[in-house]
Design a protein around this ligand. Structure first.
Ligand code: F6P
Length: 556
């Protein structure tokens, strides 16, 4: 464990000084000063072209940041992860999502045992099952083929497969639809159940622990709905429920046959688990071959991350850029803006990946951090965002680094739409970087016939400071391989940052307290005496109890 604090490295101090001068520079000047800027600050790998020239950096910045990574022993940390060392120190676990996409002839050991054969064994089981569903051989209780897969899970047992299924719609089986039920209120599950036929629906209950309240509640409701449909025949469950979990015992207690349980391992974090059996709904939807291609794309990114010098290493570059903004410019958020509607769930997916991993306030050794860690990650598909929140990016008071993801082509062959989409994506990156000066704004208005006085008065409102940093990630088309590469890129980026900051990216103790308190409040909502809360919580419990007992208030 590296106990040194990043702020105590020699390079951190040098970065501070470097920031003093660079923070005053405008990207417009940086581009004017260096005609080679685009080629200097762009690189490509695994089907992804990264243009990071629109960042507030110089060659010296990148050199210093790489120096910081060196002082933080990033290389050794990467090797420790790939070698299955227990780098998740608070849970004493290896962190091996990379083993989930390792080639069959690779050897990765945990506690002396090679885990790769078991990974491929489970992929094989998943593949056989997925094929049976896809080919209509897996029949429901009344003998009809499955047409709808409903995933019941939350967090990592929902966001990954939901994001990947949406992203790979173009590869989906034409007979199959996939739904994702995660929330605890009945709105989502109820809406799905109202829309599907129990006789052709397969539920995949996904939970690493199989103790998650939301998932078990939804699974029980779905099960009751199914059994009711079959007149109370519990025998229907075996044909309509399968599970994915590391906790075989709890799954059996729930009543799902061991043959219908797909497993994974405690060295896979929930938010890193889409590559495992947690990806089963995706595999059923797109087929084992396409799922295998997704794993392959991630594998390419793993090799790239491990073997490529940091100068051209996508996750390292993106990770270090994040550190530069968070720790030196003091930015708090990071936007993800896909100009690819198929990636509409990527921001939500990355929210969990990044914020649950690096939303930490102590180092691995328990010492408090005295520097900021993970950003608030947010975003939405590009064009929608342009007509909603981009105003703040263009004229607000904050620096918001953003990733703009752009496919050269889509899956529909619609040149007319694609050209406009691409023009918008590039225009936004350009506008965010360049902005518009007061002089330019005034001249534009005058050229359009506005009187000088009017143009001058309006100029401050039409001025855009620019200097907003963006990474543009171009790719040819969103294929399964490409998706695998994108997701692995972000996984490794998050890891790079955790190494710089010195925190454990693979635990999530912060989510426990709320779960415990919910268990305590639950009986109190039913009227049992409480353990004592703050005045607000006690007051809200009482108010809710009253409201639930009341008739619907009239609307006036
Ligand atoms: O509460 C957070 C969390 O533990 C996530 O880390 C995880 O992805 C999610 O809940 C779901 O957990 P499980 O897969 O065990 O149901």
């Amino acid at each position: 464990m590296n106990d040194q604090r990043p702020v105590d490295t020699a390079t951190w101090q040098r970065l501070n000084q470097h920031w003093e001068t660079l923070s005053k520079a405008h990207l417009r000047e940086l581009f004017a000063d260096d005609p080679q800027r685009f080629s200097r600050f762009s690189t490509e790998a695994c089907g992804l072209f990264l243009d990071y020239s629109k960042h507030r950096i110089t060659a010296e910045t990148m050199e210093l940041l790489r120096g910081l990574a060196g002082e933080r022993e990033l290389g050794a940390a990467v090797e420790a992860m790939f070698h299955g060392e227990p780098i998740n120190n608070t849970e004493d676990r290896a962190v091996l999502h990379v083993a989930l996409r390792a080639a069959r002839d690779t050897h990765i050991k945990v506690d002396g045992e090679d885990v790769v054969p078991a990974v491929h064994g489970e992929l094989e089981r998943m593949g056989r099952f997925a094929e049976r569903v896809r080919e209509g051989q897996w029949k429901g209780h009344s003998g009809r083929a499955i047409e709808v897969v409903v995933n019941i899970g939350i967090g990592g047992s929902d966001l990954g497969p939901a994001m990947a299924s949406a992203a790979l719609r173009a590869y989906g089986h034409p007979r199959l639809r996939v739904h994702f039920a995660s929330n605890l209120d009945y709105e989502l599950l109820g809406t799905i159940l109202a829309d599907v036929d129990p006789e052709t629906t397969l539920f995949v209950v996904e939970s690493k622990t199989f103790t998650t309240q939301e998932t078990l509640t939804n699974a029980l409701s779905a099960r009751r709905w199914l059994v009711d449909h079959f007149g109370g025949d519990e025998g229907a469950v075996a044909r309509h429920f399968v599970a994915v979990s590391t906790n075989q015992r709890e799954v059996e207690r729930f009543g799902i046959d061991a043959d219908h349980v797909f497993g994974f391992w405690d060295w896979v974090g929930g938010r890193y688990s889409v590559w495992s059996a947690i990806g089963l709904p995706v595999m059923i939807y797109v087929g084992r071959e396409a799922f295998g291609e997704m794993l392959e794309g991630a594998r390419y990114m793993d090799s790239h991350f491990r073997d490529t010098p940091w100068e051209n290493n996508l996750p390292v570059i993106m990770g270090l850029l994040g550190v530069w903004y968070i720790n030196f410019f003091g930015t708090a958020t990071h936007a993800v803006l896909p100009y690819d509607y198929a990636l509409r769930l990527l921001p939500a997916y990355l929210q969990q990946l990044d914020m649950e991993s690096n939303g930490k306030r102590v180092m691995k050794n328990g010492a408090p951090v005295a520097w900021d860690t993970g950003p608030v990650v947010w975003g939405a598909p590009g064009n929608n965002g342009q007509h909603a929140f981009y105003q703040l990016l263009h004229q607000g008071t904050r620096i918001v680094p953003a990733d703009i993801l752009v496919p050269a082509t889509g899956h529909w062959g619609r040149q007319d739409h694609e050209h406009k989409l691409l023009a918008n994506a590039l225009a936004q990156a350009e506008a965010l970087m360049h902005g518009r000066t007061a002089e330019e704004a005034t001249a534009e208005m005058e050229a359009a016939g506005a009187p000088r006085e009017h143009a001058r008065a309006l100029a401050p409102h039409r001025t855009l400071p620019g200097n907003q940093p963006t990474s543009v990630l171009l790719y040819r088309r969103l294929t399964p391989r490409l998706l695998g590469a994108i997701v692995a890129l972000y996984e490794h980026k998050v890891f790079v940052q955790s190494v710089i900051w010195g925190n454990n990216a693979f635990d999530q103790w912060g989510v426990e307290l709320g779960k415990q308190l919910a268990q305590a409040i639950l009986p109190e909502l039913g009227g049992e005496p409480g353990a004592g809360h703050d005045g607000s919580t006690t007051g809200l419990i009482a108010r809710l109890r009253r409201m639930r007992g009341e008739a619907e208030p009239p609307i006036d």
